[in-house]
Design a protein around this ligand. Sequence first.
Ligand code: SF4
Length: 303
Amino acid sequence: MKILNSNNLPEQLINLVQSDYKPTPKRYSCTTILKPTRQIILERKHNDEIEQDISDMCWLVFGIAVHSIIENSQESITQFKEEKLSMDLGKICKELDGYVLSGRSDLIDLGNKKIYDWKTCSTWKIIFKDYEDWRKETLIYAWLVKQLGFEINSGEIVTFIKDHKKSQVKISKDYPKFPVQTIKFKFTEKDYQEIEKFIIDKFLEIKKYENALDKDLPLCTPEERYNTGDKYAVKKKNNKRASKVHDTLEEAQKHLNNLEKDYPGVYEIEKREGENRKCMEYCNVCKFCDFYKEIEEKEEEEK
Ligand code: SF4
């Protein structure tokens, strides 16, 4: 990855995030397999061309700083910090012989049979309890440790809230009281079976598309694209402004039918396609992705 420095920030910050990481064929990390397959393959293919500005990486720098402080703390005799884990998946699926799942867990506590992970997040993540990605990631680490013969039955995320405002605490009962929170997960046998299936299916999909042309890669799902969902605007014909925007076509049709009684032929329904927020704002490989290029071209034409 090329690190740009459009704001002339101190060189030290760049040194902190710069890495000579080169992907190893057939080796994918616990965090990588949580990404959409299209993004994983494009990242690998264009590793040397991906650009990111250091000014957009301040929370990554913050995360590195948090990890570095914790790395220097003293662990107990049954705890293992920043332990590198890996496993050849050929052991559980013949078709995946030579494919390796790897990862580095923040803290494995064998005494308490628990995996810990340090994170940073926004207040919204806590308010909406949007923890499924964290649960899945911690469970993958736990599964990996279990394969090595150790018992793990829970996970805990310690997260620092980047945009926490003390002034909001009294205003809303859902607002997190403190800028640091712990989120706990219990892992059952069923969870382990489900995550093992997810790992195998994901690696099989990666294997299938590893050498595919960019245009043939499976499209990220609407959820993976953070698609905001199509909306249906009821509006006067030739007007841009809607009288009301509905979430479903059925609701919009009902509204239009009512208006038709008093104003026949005056109103119409306009479908407004949902935005793919990840493609537009957060995806590091968007400039290599045909889907994103199509959106850009369409927007250019509409201007
Ligand atoms: S730009 Fe969108 S569709 Fe393309 S890889 Fe990124 S998230 Fe997926």
